[in-house]
Write a protein that binds this ligand. Structure first.
Ligand code: NAP
Length: 272
């Protein structure tokens, strides 16, 4: 299976569909999940220092022994490590755990820290030094992006936010597009919370797909990079198997109306 890529604002290609590795019950599940995903053709892995499983991701990469250029690895700097020097140190720790010389994408995990602009300067330094191929943010809506872009030398390549039909904010998508920032969506499956939602079930039946596949496909058709998480082999394959059908324009528009602000994480609008 070949998963299409998007080209970021600095020319780097990023797969449109990948695997998230947040919060499995046991870290030991992560290595196996990443191995299964790589085996199934997935080339984008989304981790974070806060997930505590960068070493397990590294173990899976080593076991798969794919050429380094074929995989795209994202990690993130956590709130406790924000600030210029602390971020540089956190990056070194992440790289050591991931056993990489160069990271593909480094994100500020949340805009919660008062030091977030200094954190961004550290990311710019890492980028200028060639230690990371692209830098970006996560959980940034327009006020935080405006603040950042007002000060930044480098425009973020990616903004990772919660993105599903139930948490669909077209303004955020349009704003990021207008600034050449690629949107990446997390919790595309709403952690299974909506699997029995009648309108979603009806569409899944119509397309002869699972509700999970329909949710992944909806993100992909919006051109939003998406990273469904599973530690089960059949589910990992199911979530990747969404490239052989198209949701009609009419049904995309219908899914866009499912918005009810259901979220698995904090609403960034609550962060000053
Ligand atoms: N930047 C941020 O602040 C942030 C926040 C949250 C998440 N993320 C990233 O986004 C990734 C995805 O989000 P998420 O993990 O929160 O939620 P998600 O991908 O929406 O849902 C994951 C849940 O759905 C289950 N699942 C997956 N595929 C399934 C299928 N085909 N059938 C039935 N159940 C299925 C998984 O269980 P099993 O594993 O048991 O299959 C897991 O409980 C994370 O792993 C993380 O990398 C980022």
């Amino acid at each position: 299976m070949t998963i299409p890529s998007v080209t970021l604002n600095n020319g780097v290609d990023m797969p449109l569909l990948g695997l998230g590795v947040y919060a499995p019950q046991h870290n030991s599940e992560v290595q196996q999940a990443v191995e299964w995903a790589l085996e199934a053709g997935c080339r984008l892995i989304d981790t974070a220092s806060a997930y505590g499983n960068e070493r397990e991701v590294a173990d899976a990469l080593r076991a798969a022994s794919l050429p380094r250029s074929e995989v795209f690895i994202t990690t993130k700097v956590w709130d406790d490590d924000q600030g210029y020097d602390a971020t540089l140190r956190a990056f070194d720790r992440s790289l050591e755990k991931l056993q990489l010389d160069v990271l593909d994408l480094y994100l500020i995990h949340w805009p919660s820290s008062p030091h977030r602009l200094d954190t961004w300067r550290a990311l710019e330094k890492l980028y200028a030094d060639g230690r990371v191929r692209a830098i970006g943010v996560s959980n940034y809506y327009q006020p935080h992006l405006d603040e950042l872009i007002g000060q930044a030398t480098v425009v973020p390549a990616v903004n990772q936010v919660e993105f599903s039909p139930y948490c669909y904010l077209p303004d955020v998508l349009a704003y990021c597009r207008s600034k050449t920032i690629q949107l990446q969506g997390y919790a595309p499956l709403v952690r299974g919370e909506k699997r029995n939602d009648p309108p979603l079930l009806a569409l899944a039946e119509k397309y002869n797909k699972s509700t999970y596949q329909l949710l992944v496909r909806w993100s992909v058709q919006h051109g939003v990079v998406t990273i469904p998480k599973s530690v089960k082999r059949d589910r990992i394959r199911e979530n990747l198997d969404v490239l052989d059908f198209t949701i009609s324009d009419e049904d995309m528009a219908l899914m866009n109306t499912f918005y009810d602000n259901t979220r698995v994480a904090t609403d960034p609008r609550e962060i000053p």
